[in-house]
Design a protein around this ligand. Structure first.
Ligand SMILES: C[S@@+](CC[C@H](N)C(=O)[O-])C[C@H]1O[C@@H](n2cnc3c(N)ncnc32)[C@H](O)[C@@H]1O
Length: 207
C-alpha cells in the first residue's frame, strides 16, 4: 500500500480501503483460480496494481466516461482504474468464464458498482466506448481489429477518446504496422521502480 500512496497521495479513504483489500481478495481467489501468476503474487501491488494505474498518469477519465478493458483476465488494468475513477464506467471483458468469475468476486466484495464484468469475446460487443484500455492481449494490429469499431470519437477525459495499452519492450515496428499515430509514454517518467524500466503506456486517439 505504501507503493500506491507514494504515487497517488491524494486517495480518498474509500479508494485506500479498496486498494488495500485487493491483496486479500486476490489471494483468496487466486488460490481457487490462477489469474495472477503465483510466482509474482507477492508483488501484486507493483506488477499489477501500480502497473495498471500507469494509465491514470497518462489519462484522467471524466465522470461518465465509458471504458472497455479488452481481455481483462483477473481484472487488470480495469479493477485498479475503476477504484481510482469511481465516476467512470468500466466494462471488464474476457472470453474465459473463470477469469470473469474472479472479477465478479473481487468487484462484488469491493462494492465496485462502476465496473461490469462480461464474459464475452470483445469483437462481438455491440455497445460503444470512449476508451479501450488493455494489457497483454494480442499484437496491436490484431488488437485494433478487435476493438477499434467499438470506440466513439469525442473526449471523455483529459485526452481524446482512443486506445491506452500497457506494453513492454521495443514496439516501433508493431505500432507502425497499424498505420496510426501513436504516443508513447515511458512509465519510468511516472514510477521509479526498476520493474517499469522498459514499460510504456501507448496511446492512439480515435480521429
Ligand atoms: C495474458 S491475459 C492478460 C489478462 C490481463 N489483461 C492482465 O494483464 O493481467 C490475456 C487475456 O485476454 C483474453 N482474450 C484474448 N482475446 C480475447 C478476445 N477476443 N475477447 C475477450 N478476451 C480475450 C484471454 O482470455 C486472456 O484472459
Amino acid at each position: 500500500m505504501e507503493l500506491i500512496d507514494k504515487y497517488f497521495p491524494d486517495l480518498t479513504e474509500e479508494q485506500r480501503r479498496r486498494i488495500a483489500a485487493l491483496y486479500g481478495l486476490y489471494a483468496d481467489w487466486n488460490a481457487k483460480i490462477n489469474v495472477v501468476s503465483r510466482k509474482d503474487f507477492d508483488q501484486l501491488y507493483l506488477r499489477h496494481v501500480l502497473h495498471s494505474l500507469a494509465i491514470a498518469k497518462v489519462c484522467a477519465f471524466a465522470d461518465g466516461a465509458r471504458i472497455l478493458d479488452a481481455g481483462c483476465g483477473g481484472g487488470f488494468p480495469s479493477v485498479p482504474l475503476a477504484i481510482l475513477f469511481p465516476g467512470a464506467r468500466f466494462t471488464a471483458a474476457d472470453s474465459i468464464r473463470k477469469k470473469i468469475a474472479v472479477v465478479e468476486g473481487v468487484a462484488g466484495a469491493l462494492g465496485l458498482r462502476n465496473l461490469t464484468p462480461r464474459c464475452v469475446r470483445v469483437e462481438t460487443l455491440e455497445e460503444r466506448f470512449d476508451y479501450v484500455v488493455s494489457r497483454a492481449v494480442t499484437a496491436m494490429p490484431e488488437f485494433l481489429r478487435l476493438t477499434w469499431n467499438r470506440i466513439e470519437r469525442g473526449q471523455a477525459g483529459s485526452l481524446p477518446n482512443g486506445v491506452l495499452y500497457l506494453k513492454g519492450g521495443d514496439l516501433a515496428e508493431e505500432l507502425a504496422l497499424t498505420g496510426k499515430r501513436w504516443y508513447v509514454y515511458d512509465i519510468p517518467r511516472f514510477f521509479d521502480e526498476p520493474f517499469f524500466e522498459t514499460k510504456k503506456v501507448v496511446y492512439t486517439p480515435k480521429k
